[in-house]
Ligand binder design. Sequence first.
Ligand SMILES: Nc1nc2c(ncn2[C@@H]2O[C@H](COP(=O)(O)OP(=O)(O)OP(=O)(O)O)[C@@H](O)[C@H]2O)c(=O)[nH]1
Ligand SMILES: [Mg+2]
Length: 434
Amino acid sequence: MFEIKAREKMVERALLVGAFTGNDLEDEAQDLLSELEELVRTLGVPVREKMLVYHREPQSRYLIGSGKAEEIADRIKELDCDVLIFDNELTPAQQRNWEDLTKVLVIDRQEIILDIFGARAQTREAKIQVDLARMAYSLPRLTKAWSHLGQQGGGIGAKGEGESQLEQDRRKIRGQIDRLRRELQSVRKARATQRKDRKRTPVPNAAIVGYTNAGKSSLLRRLTGAEVLVEDKLFATLDTTTRKIALPNKQPLLLTDTVGFVRKLPHQLVEAFHATLEEATMSDFLIHVLDASNPRVMEYYNTTMKVLEELGADTKKTLVVFNKMDKVSDPSTRAVLRRHFPEAVFVSVHSGDGIDALVNRIGDFVSDQVQETMLHIPTHRGDLLARLHREAQIHEMAYEPEYAMVRASVPARLLEILTEFIVTPAKESTSLPR
Ligand SMILES: Nc1nc2c(ncn2[C@@H]2O[C@H](COP(=O)(O)OP(=O)(O)OP(=O)(O)O)[C@@H](O)[C@H]2O)c(=O)[nH]1
Ligand SMILES: [Mg+2]
């Protein structure tokens, strides 16, 4: 298994390598490499140097050509690095070949992301998901740990011993995987029940989505005063947090923070990642937060949209929010973004600029799901009256002997329960005071 803590003590000088072919865009590769540096920094490992390497086509031995590989090995010696980190996915064999060549620890982007997820997972569900992803990643790489046994003594017996040890280990891991899968199922079932309970109270809910580090948690904190983890690190949030806020029109809204999106997510983690995003697919609408100060903001937008598409949530009503406007000094940036997203809201969570406007826009989104209605609620249904008081905005109320006459703006989901009591939809143009 890969122990992050052990490694953090161990490695302190990393060389990063990003390999690209003619089919990749060089500046995209450069950007991904910078992002890898961020990820490595998030793990607390200092980076000595980054190298972008062109290669014509993937080679089986080192992914890149042996000549280039030798150069990198030399550079590792010169800089006295103790870990080589690839932005590209390495096969278990390539990883071993690199370790033989360089004599340092060799890992790839996948493992870095797994480590970050592992260090940050909070709930049981997130922890299980990360463990499962790690095991799936390490299973084909186990040979590495045991290959020295196979070589010991060189005799046939010794080799057999090594292999059976490997077999035992694999079996053990497969058993653990089965156990974790079962546990995950029961944890998920419990969460689904919780969510159903929440659905029963027809409070509208929105999910805050977006690329990692965009400021999603900061925004939730600003809007709710909730103590959510905010950090200038990638993947600060791994579990979803839901908080209730009150909008200016007194409408309550449940806001859910979600895990940030990133490019080249390890495929073992995609499922885990999607599961934590279930909240997004269940919500009434989305708040898509973007870091306007990042020159790559359009790419990040597309990455997030692609994931939402995979989740079937890309057609959901979405409010686009450009954050960190305090860091945007060039006025043309705003103009360009405005042209692409005429409906977007520009804010700075830090300075508070635009937050009031944002809250109003969120209020509009919620009101769209609220209908003004005239109801006759039987007097013995005190439960429904209590809910109306709690969840609707009551404009007018009068008691008749048999029923209470109520004119209120009612959230769509509460209205579903009340259909039999609707009299006629009240006119918007009514002169009664609101
Ligand atoms: N300059 C500036 N920085 C901001 C603003 N909003 C958030 N940040 C910073 O951006 C960093 C990331 O903020 P988070 O709220 O953790 O971002 P996130 O989107 O929740 O990130 P993940 O949970 O990793 O997906 C933190 O260092 C924040 O202080 C802003 O309006 N202006
Ligand atoms: Mg966050």
